[in-house]
Design a protein around this ligand. Structure first.
Ligand code: PLP
Length: 464
């Protein structure tokens, strides 16, 4: 492993001058003898119904048919723990439990990875035809795509990520789904794709929750049901142009809120939580101003795959990007915003919640919520340029997002230097997890889990 890690670290340390040898691509589209999805990207001739059962959404649970087990689970996130699917449900699609009760999942051992679930939801859009009603597909987690689909040819793809949690009163709630719908629409517009109307987005996401109800963790578990809406250009094009057909897919999978997740921090109260050491990615950029960085395009994650993989192989769970033009200002982590606290230097000076402002940063809904809580707690909120040179003068730093939760960061490795958060403030550094960000994360987690009043109206109940 050391050799492999060294190889990745070497790749990360330089700009590519030629082709980097990569493993052969895996085919993610399985063609059976019959199409498996109700509609392919070809608007002219929708294929017949597939093997997976489909159901128009009418508030009724969706029956499922398990697909043959060909794929296992995967840990897509921090890589710190293996996922916990049993041999029985390690296939492509899990069957819903016959009892209608919770699935047999070790909720405390989940990572941020794919765990099979029985249902995904699709809706399609054709030029002139608008959006079809969302439809649940059970027991068949594959979609059939035209080989010329613009998602394949030109990366016409954007995504969202939000969570459903079960409250102590049994209600299942989504966190700020309309904000996610708005951001999804902005991403689509930037990619010249038809924005998914809010009502279609909400219906599709809620149907994915209902169809996978057994995979919404019990109240209090350190886990959530993660919803991943995707918008794909599914019509064929060889010349570069928007497609005539698009598909919305919403998949769902239970994920852990471990690591530095807000749920974990809440149970730790405001005691010191060890922060992680991140690496500053200097050899690559995530996005330039005017690029795609401000939206949730699949291409942004493609750009991050190599640096993030190299960072993890070198032992860093997070990598931080700088502004593409000067490499002197903080942008964001690969899949999480950068937030910081600068404590007041006198009794009269309030603490400040600081987060970078830039057109190439994705506006995080978690960050936005934390900023609201920070302001309510009397902190000054600053959205501004944050110089790398300033990091050591900040008292706390964290990576925040739906997947990352609130992960305290104590140190950042930047080339030969180690930037220790708080060291220039005379605190000796370390202990990002012991301060105000942890307290804010605890507050947010309590709201998300139904243990504190939702005064901002952020949680939306799903009719199960
Ligand atoms: C690039 C990037 N930045 C920030 C975030 C955090 O955003 P949110 O809090 O809305 O999940 C994410 C995760 O979605 C992300 O992928």
């Amino acid at each position: 492993m050391a050799g492999e890690a060294g190889q990745w670290a070497a790749i990360a340390a330089r700009r590519p001058t030629g082709f980097v040898a990569l493993p052969p691509p895996l085919c993610s589209v399985r063609h059976g003898t019959r199409p498996r999805l109700g509609r392919c990207g070809c608007a002219a001739r929708p294929p017949p119904l597939g093997r997976g059962r489909r159901a128009r959404l009418a508030g009724t649970p969706v029956a499922s048919t398990a697909a043959p087990a060909t794929d296992g689970t995967s840990d897509d996130g921090d890589g710190s723990r293996a996922d916990n699917a049993s041999a029985a449900d390690a296939g492509t699609s899990a069957a819903a439990p016959a009892s209608g009760g919770p699935a047999n999942v070790d909720w405390g051992a989940l990572s941020f990875g794919w765990h099979p679930t029985p249902v995904h939801v699709v809706a399609s859009h054709t030029r002139g035809g608008g959006w079809s009603p969302p439809t649940a597909v059970a027991g068949d987690p594959y979609i059939r795509l035209h080989v010329g689909a613009t998602a394949l040819q030109y990366g016409a793809s954007c995504l969202e990520g939000l969570k459903a949690r079960r409250r102590p009163d049994g209600a299942v709630v989504l966190f700020r789904p309309t904000a996610h719908a708005d951001r999804f629409a902005a991403s689509a517009a930037r990619l010249a794709m038809p924005p998914v109307p809010t009502d279609v987005f909400l219906a599709a996401v809620k149907a994915a929750v209902v169809g996978n109800a057994a995979y919404v963790p019990p109240a209090g578990a350190p886990a959530a049901l993660y919803l991943r809406p995707l918008l794909l250009g599914t019509g064929p094009r060889i010349g570069l142009a928007p497609a005539d057909a698009y598909t919305l897919v919403v998949l769902a999978t239970p994920v852990g809120e471990g690591g530095g997740g807000a749920g974990r921090l809440r149970t730790a109260g405001t005691t010191v939580v060890d922060g992680v050491t991140a690496v500053i990615t200097d050899a690559y950029d995530r996005s330039a101003a005017g690029g795609l960085g401000g939206v949730k395009a699949g291409a942004n994650y493609a750009a991050d795959l190599l640096p993030a993989t190299a960072a993890k192989a070198a032992g860093f769970p997070l990598n931080l990007y700088l502004d593409a033009a000067t490499h002197t200002a903080v942008e964001e982590f690969g899949a999480a915003n950068f937030v910081a606290v600068r404590r007041g230097r006198s009794v009269a000076e309030p603490d400040t919640y600081v987060t970078p402002e830039s057109p190439s940063i994705l506006r995080s809904i978690t960050n936005d919520a934390l900023a609201v809580l920070a302001a309510a707690a009397g902190m000054v909120v600053e959205r501004r340029r944050v110089a790398v040179a300033e990091i050591e003068a900040l008292d706390e730093v964290a990576a925040v997002g739906t997947g990352a939760g609130v992960t305290p960061v104590d140190r950042l490795v930047w080339g030969d230097r180690v930037l220790t958060v708080g060291s220039a403030a005379g605190r000796g550094g370390g202990g990002s997890g012991g301060g105000r960000l942890v307290a804010l994360a605890s507050q947010l987690a309590a709201i998300q889990q139904g243990e504190a009043p939702d005064v901002h109206g952020w949680c939306e109940v799903v009719d199960m």
